[in-house]
Design a protein around this ligand. Structure first.
Ligand SMILES: [Cu+2]
Length: 350
């Protein structure tokens, strides 16, 4: 049973005007998938099977109850309203009705127990994903963005990125979830159910993407004013593409070649940007904000709020609070030529 297919961009933008603001890039590139009913991995499949079973059982019970009510109403209407009420039922109990109630109650219990069993079986299946050869990622939720640290792999070193996870198709992914400030919730419905990120506690979630795609994961626990502007994206790539992406992420930022970009890098290094942001290969080593070493490899900035291009980078840096009121990134006073140079350099961070 698949009630909703893969979410079409145009249809989505029409149905939810805000979504077109929050996920502007999705429509230009691969469509963003966001449906627990169209699973893209084994964990989401277990969950959709449980959902299908629950829907069928509850649907049948609902239909049966409705049929019973309609039958009773119809029977009531067909009796003669003028006739005196039959009081003998109070003397001689209605054995047929009693039996029907007992059977219906027993059936309800059996169906509820069956659903509980299905629930437990699903839970056990979810915990059985083998984690040999897993990709390990530490994900921290911050108000209002996601920081992802990838453990070093056989072909690449440790690296940090933000808001966009890449994962290889067919390999288990083990994510340690932490909250930097308040409670957030990881929820990529095409791949798995929800898991909260709790301050002071590390939880884990394991899943596997079984087909390539771009999966949408809005923060699923109210975490403050910009909770709705805290999108995570999981890009599932074929293994070779993933390997190339990871190797590129682990490399240092390219050295700027033209004068404008060199000047932009100097502006970044000597202004407050470098206190919060890290760009490996420069003197900027801040860890309070998204790692910008390979900024341009991401499709969006500010956790899915703006497309990642020169115009929107300029708009963001000039006044982050206008785009995302309450964000901890301040508007850093810069002259227009400095800002232009800065953006020119940022766009070289491929
Ligand atoms: Cu959040």
């Amino acid at each position: 049973m698949r009630l909703i297919g893969v979410r079409g961009c145009d249809a989505l933008a029409r149905a939810v005007p805000l979504a077109s603001v929050v996920t502007p890039i999705a429509c230009a590139a691969a469509p963003l998938e966001h449906s627990a009913l169209a699973p893209a991995g084994v964990q989401a499949e277990h969950i959709v099977r449980l959902w299908d079973l629950t829907l069928v059982v509850c649907g049948c019970v609902f239909a049966a109850v409705l049929a019973g009510v309609l039958f009773a109403l119809w029977k009531r209407r067909s009796t003669d309203a003028a006739a005196p009420p039959a009081l003998d039922v109070y003397v001689q109990p209605e054995h047929r009705t009693q039996r029907a109630v007992v059977w219906a109650s027993m059936l309800s219990v059996v169906l509820l127990v069956a659903l509980i069993v299905a629930d437990v079986v699903t839970d056990r299946a979810l915990s059985k994903l083998p984690d040999a050869n897993a990709v390990r990622i530490d994900l921290t939720g911050w108000q209002w963005w996601w920081q992802a640290r990838y453990a070093a792999g056989p072909s690449h070193g440790f690296f940090i990125t933000a808001n966009e996870l890449h994962v290889p198709v067919g390999r288990p992914i083990v994510i340690s979830l932490k909250a930097g400030d308040v409670i957030h919730s990881f929820w990529v419905p095409s791949l798995h159910g929800k898991k909260d990120l709790l301050p002071g506690i590390t939880s884990t979630i394991e899943f596997r993407a079984d087909r390539p795609g771009v999966y949408d994961g809005p923060c699923a626990e109210y975490c403050g004013a910009e909770h709705a502007l805290m999108a995570l994206r999981v890009v599932a790539d074929p293994p070779d593409r993933y390997a190339a992406w990871a190797a590129a992420q682990a490399a240092n930022a390219p050295q700027p070649s033209d004068d404008l970009a060199v000047r932009g890098m100097q502006v970044f290094e000597r202004s407050t940007c470098a206190n919060c942001h890290m760009v490996r290969g420069t003197s900027a080593t801040g860890l309070l904000a998204p790692d910008l070493t390979h900024l341009m490899s991401r499709q969006t900035i500010a956790a899915g709020v703006l497309p990642n291009d020169a115009a929107d980078l300029t708009r963001w840096i000039r006044d982050p609070g206008a785009v995302k009121p309450g964000t901890t990134m301040p508007a850093v006073p810069l002259t227009t030529p400095d800002l232009q140079a800065l953006v020119a350099w940022l766009t070289t961070l491929k």
